[in-house]
Design a binder for this molecule. Sequence first.
Ligand SMILES: [Zn+2]
Length: 109
Amino acid sequence: MSESTMTGVPGVSGDQGVSGGPEMTVAAAFAGMKSVVPVMFRAGCPDCRGNFELAASALRLAIGATSRTTFYSFTCPDCGAAVRKPAGERIVELLTGGGVRTLRLTSVG
Ligand SMILES: [Zn+2]
């Protein structure tokens, strides 16, 4: 049994037989990947004035009691500076909707 597997050429014989299947699999994989692809947020660094896109995992959102204490922060991939910017309601919605880690600063209890 194992002898036939060794002798046969895996690429050639397998290719023709499976040609109908992979198309479906690839399409499904692509459809699945779309929803998995992380949201990218555009951000700028005031230090080095670099512009870049950051994944949701690279950003952190801090929600304070007021809009003044609500901000998002990230580390500049170019110069490594810790950047902190005020986040308005829209930004908060965008970030939370994009899966950004949210930290609530509101002092509880
Ligand atoms: Zn920078």
